[in-house]
Unconditional design. Structure first.
Length: 248
């Protein structure tokens, strides 16, 4: 999904933008094959009642309100339920970014313009000055979202949010009281291992191993197993903290 046309609606100001997903999946793609003949498995849409394969045009959506009982909805019926301004990113308010728990973050998009836009540049500069993010609502691929628009040196990034009913948070806060000596050592261990977030240095080790295994198989070589270091087991928490600091 790329180059989705939309508009940022900011009061009476409309800013045409393109939505481009920032994240792409780097997992190695595998097909499912029949062990016997190594042909690809084919998935078909099959109706067990009519005992035949069904074409896409003959399928409608159904909501199961009781077991095996459905309310049916045609595509045009669902389209008529979409919000009025589905092609807009309508700003609702401006909030402090720190107020939003990262648990609610779903997917991020880069908002760009097809040509130079004075309104887009102004919006970027204004967000940068006030140090706030815009809370907005929009529709992407028939799904309604609330989202955050934030300024970055590369432009506006829009992050869709999960709704509260989609986030399964505990009802009660946990008790975090700890032994003073253990807490002292834990803080010391954290401080000794503190660093900076450097995403360019982080590798997907599992995917690297899979790609290496693919190369080995293509070259007729045996796949090399990953060497796993035995991990020392320490049952006493205080001993584990002290040994971790000595090992460091």
């Amino acid at each position: 999904m790329a180059n989705i046309h939309s508009n940022i609606s900011f009061g009476l100001v409309n800013i045409p933008v393109l939505l481009n997903p920032i994240i792409h999946n780097n997992d190695t793609s595998f097909n499912q094959l029949h062990t016997k003949c190594l042909n690809r498995i084919r998935y078909i849409k099959y109706c067990p009642h009519c005992k035949k394969e069904v074409k896409e045009k003959d399928i409608i959506k159904g909501y199961e309100y009781e077991r095996d009982k459905y309310l049916t909805f045609a595509k045009n019926e669902l389209d008529e339920l979409k919000p009025e301004n589905e092609k807009e990113i309508e700003i609702v308010s401006f909030i402090d970014y720190r107020e939003v728990d990262p648990t609610y973050f779903e997917k991020s998009y880069m908002l760009t313009t097809e040509k130079k836009s004075k309104a887009y540049n102004l919006f970027c500069e204004a967000l940068n000055k006030v140090k706030k993010v815009a809370l907005a609502k929009t529709v992407i691929s028939s799904k309604f979202y609330y989202c955050l628009l934030r300024f970055t040196p590369y432009g506006i990034i829009m992050t869709t949010l999960f709704f509260a009913e989609e986030v399964n948070m505990p009802d009660t806060e946990m008790n975090t009281k700890a032994d003073a000596k253990e807490l002292e050592l834990a803080i010391k261990l954290i401080n000794e291992r503190s660093g900076k977030f450097e995403p360019e240095k982080y590798r997907d080790e599992y995917q690297d191993n899979i790609r290496e295994a693919i190369d080995d198989k293509l070259n007729g070589q045996e796949v090399k197993k990953v060497k796993r270091k035995p991990k020392e087991q320490v049952n006493n928490l205080l001993d584990a903290l002290e040994k971790s600091l000595k090992k460091r």
